[in-house]
Ligand binder design. Structure first.
Ligand code: GDP
Ligand code: IMO
Ligand code: MG
Length: 411
């Protein structure tokens, strides 16, 4: 019987989802993205080589794994083409393995222009990738889907969309208008290039399931960036929780056997918004340096702080998390004391528990028995706090720096 996994971030993104999806994809027939766009940045490290992915599922480095981009994804054709080309240059051939839904909302140049202009006023600290404005267009039913690029009225639809957004850009934001002709030309070229990848993603997933193949659904961003459940308005513009798989991939999420939540052993956040456990002094600096906390997509430094176990527990309940993968535990090597928040009081102040650090190193450890005893106690304590088993632990950026206590495909 085939099993299907959902992998999603439980914090504010950048939990190390890409690394874990790459690892778990070795047992998958397919990996599918179902929301978000190239605001996501997933770094994989294999034999010392770093590969950054934004739109293509993180299963792509595993040969023979099929990769799908579902209708819930906001798709920038230029970014996708660039990514396919870069992977090709790095020796990863996608031939026949990539399928993209024709119902993805298109992200165009003008969306990036609007994103930047709007964020200068709103101060969310977006990635500037045009994701919010592209989803806005979808919800407002004026946007353009990937499949519309192949239809005869594409030029006129694009014209109408540019007319609308150029009005916003010039009259409201006081900026220069964007050039629709240039966008039309690049869309025509992109359509020609991407035609070969257009797939009925929902149907393809159904066939893989029927044939007994396991499917891994790869979430982007994280639970606390969810547009409804997150720290609104400091959120992204999509639903980031596994429930979004149903409409974003066209696959009933109740058929998923194991929901895997990825959590960093501490917390980070890029952009603005509340972050109760943030540490802006020496501790924050140390976490940032040891964890190399710089954004994959924008190069911005990530804000750092302590883990909020209370938020993990309620997030796990909300999304039916069966297993947690704890990443970047090695970053806490050398700390004498590690703080963990149990949640916030009525004034929003975190209620901390102080735990001892451990002697010895977690970095690079591959087996549970080889972890320092103190680190094992730390993990077991987090299991008690969150009431979810911590089935895997990541001890470094490399694929092999991974401890599997229970394989989510099996248990
Ligand atoms: P994602 O967006 O959730 O896929 O995470 P990112 O790739 O944006 O950020 C995670 C960063 O941490 C990447 O640079 C990874 O290579 C790195 N990383 C992942 N797991 C570990 C780990 O266990 N230890 C360390 N030190 N780095 C890790
Ligand atoms: P991955 O998949 C971390 C954040 C931005 C900003 C907010 C809104 O790599 O974990 P947006 O451009 O989406 O409108 O920005 O969301 N954000 C992320 N932060 N990781 C991500 O993706 C993110 N995608 C968006 O920094 O605060
Ligand atoms: Mg990231």
């Amino acid at each position: 019987m085939s099993r299907h996994l959902a992998v999603f971030g439980m914090q504010w993104g950048d939990e190390g989802k890409g690394k874990i999806v790459d690892y778990l994809a070795r047992s998958a027939a397919a990996v599918c993205r179902f929301q978000g766009g190239d605001n996501a940045g997933h770094t994989l490290v294999v034999d010392g080589r770093r590969i950054a992915l934004h739109l293509i599922p993180s299963g792509v480095l595993q040969p023979d794994v099929r990769c799908f981009i579902g209708a819930g994804v906001a798709l920038a054709p230029d970014v996708l083409i660039g990514e396919i080309d870069t992977l090709g240059q790095q020796g990863f051939d996608l031939g026949g393995r990539l399928g993209v839904s024709r119902n993805c909302a298109l992200v165009l140049d003008i969306h990036r222009r609007i994103d930047a202009a709007a964020d200068r006023r709103a101060g969310i600290g977006t990635t500037g990738r045009g994701i919010g404005p592209a989803y806005e267009d979808r919800i407002a039913r004026r946007g353009i889907l990937l499949g519309n690029m192949f239809e005869p009225d594409f030029r006129s639809r694009l014209g109408q969309l540019y007319e609308y957004h150029n009005f916003r850009l010039t009259d409201y934001y006081g900026e220069a208008a964007a050039d629709v002709e240039e966008q039309y030309r690049t869309c025509r070229q992109a359509a020609e290039y991407l035609n070969q990848y257009i797939t009925d993603v929902s149907g393809a997933l159904e066939s893989i399931d029927s044939a007994g193949g396991g499917i891994l659904f790869e979430g982007a961003q994280g639970a606390m960036l969810d547009v409804v459940r997150g720290t609104w308005p400091y959120v992204t513009s999509s639903n980031t929780l596994p429930a979004a798989i149903s409409f974003g991939a066209g696959f009933d999420f109740r058929r998923i056997d194991c929901v895997v939540g990825i959590a960093k052993a501490y917390a980070t956040r890029v952009g603005e918004g509340p972050f109760a456990t943030e540490q802006d002094g020496e501790i924050g600096r140390r976490l940032s340096e040891r964890g190399h906390e710089v954004g994959t997509t924008t190069g911005r430094p990530r804000r750092c702080g302590w883990l909020d176990a209370g938020a993990l527990k309620s997030g796990a309940r909300l999304s039916g998390v069966d297993a947690i993968v704890l990443t970047k535990l090695d970053v806490l090597d050398g700390f004498d004391e590690i703080l963990v928040s149990l949640g916030c009081d009525a004034d929003g102040a975190p209620q901390y528990e102080t735990l001892p650090g451990w002697d010895g190193e977690v970095a690079g450890v591959r087996r549970w028995e080889d972890l320092p005893a103190g680190a094992r106690r730390f993990i077991e304590h987090l299991e008690n706090l969150t009431e979810v088993p911590l089935q895997m632990i990541s001890t470094g950026p490399e694929r092999g720096h991974t401890i599997v206590r229970v394989n989510p495909w099996e248990g």
